[in-house]
Design a protein around this ligand. Sequence first.
Ligand SMILES: CC(C)(COP(=O)(O)OP(=O)(O)OC[C@H]1O[C@@H](n2cnc3c(N)ncnc32)[C@H](O)[C@@H]1OP(=O)(O)O)[C@@H](O)C(=O)NCCC(=O)NCCS
Length: 432
Amino acid sequence: MTAAATATETATLSVSGRTLALPVVTGTEREKALDIARLRTATGYITLDPGFGNTGACASGITFLDGERGILRYRGFPIESLAESATFTETAYLLIYGNLPSRRELEQFSTRLAERAALPDGMERFFDLFPKTAHPMAVLSAMVTILSTYSPALLNPYPAREEMDEAILTLLAKVPTLAAYGYRRAQGLPVVPPRRDLSYTANYLQMIFGAPSPDPAIVQALRQILILHADHEQNCSTSTVRLVGSSRANAFSSVAAGVSALWGPLHGGANQAVIEMLETIQRDGGDYKKFVAMAKDKASTFRLMGFGHRVYKNFDPRSRIIKKACDQVLGTLGVQDPLLDIAKHLEEAALKDDYFITRKLYPNVDFYSGIILRAIGIPTNGFTVTFALGRLPGWLAHWKEMLESPGMRIGRPRQVYVGPAERPYVPLSQRG
Ligand SMILES: CC(C)(COP(=O)(O)OP(=O)(O)OC[C@H]1O[C@@H](n2cnc3c(N)ncnc32)[C@H](O)[C@@H]1OP(=O)(O)O)[C@@H](O)C(=O)NCCC(=O)NCCS
């Protein structure tokens, strides 16, 4: 499914005595954009928008996000309903193919995934080559690239629909196996092969922990976390996947780049950083107010991890769902985590503080997700891998949407050069 936006009105731009009519593009939810595609040709000017706060890089039909009203919908379906009722596989199908699958389509999709979950013969040995201290995100990114070496038929820069589907299925099916094997090998444990009789989420848990039938409460908690992370329109890692994919690099290298972008603590790595921050507060005697003060101090680089969002300026709908789930999961599992109390105090203090109020900084999805992952037994440095697993359908949906968009071009931003003006080369012998 490709996305197109229509121009409904025009805006007029005057620059250096020239006037240019800019088409105004309106989206489904009436958000408006100035189409500046002709700007440079017509005026010689470009736009400058560091951090892309005002730049739409594409039209997309996958996810709608309204940061002011705290709305998140995948293909039109509210995140709240999907988190409540959908399976992760169903959500992945929805994101990638545009509609909720029929029972038959879902069965077929699940079977095709289960059939592809095992790793190619011999690939397992690569895990033993990483140092035991390797970060799981580095291992995952590397292993996704290595997977491409086993899939030469899926590297076509202009893939036919069947090749695109096969690449999508291969990645969706094998990334959980790569993630779980990476974890087991790093612990010095034998790998647990994938099973066809379990759901996507339950299979992942059994590959990690080796328990033949994972606790249903844990399966539910992970299902919800994965769905909440499944897409978030043009975030850093998804934009990375699209940019890499726009050079007609294959799905594997695009996803490997997405994993790398997600690793950063301002993006997916925040879930690990939140727990590390809460542990630091705990070790420090629990004085959360000191850390709120430090987050406000412009002389410090410390930020309240799990707080703030580029787009959400009211509340993050995912964080509301996750906070509720956090209490439920810990209750069901009988886990008492002192970090949860610290998190709640920290949230309360920040939400009352002028600094956070005026800047519209609220807890984001990462603030409570780590506490659930900890309760499930996932090690802290494996949290972002779980995020990657959740985000994978979103990355693949965007990759497919982009390749299927008519008129797709390589992504290539411009810049304003501020370096030295032309100067003559000085031979080394004359440089002193
Ligand atoms: C998410 C994030 C990267 C968004 O960044 P952004 O849209 O570029 O916002 P900015 O960095 O411009 O922040 C705007 C203001 O709020 C402050 N701010 C933003 N997040 C903050 C935080 N978590 N703690 C303290 N101050 C914060 C900034 O210092 C800035 O203050 P200023 O106007 O006085 O300079 C940012 O809020 C952040 O670093 N959060 C912590 C990491 C995190 O949880 N990431 C996961 C996101 S899902």
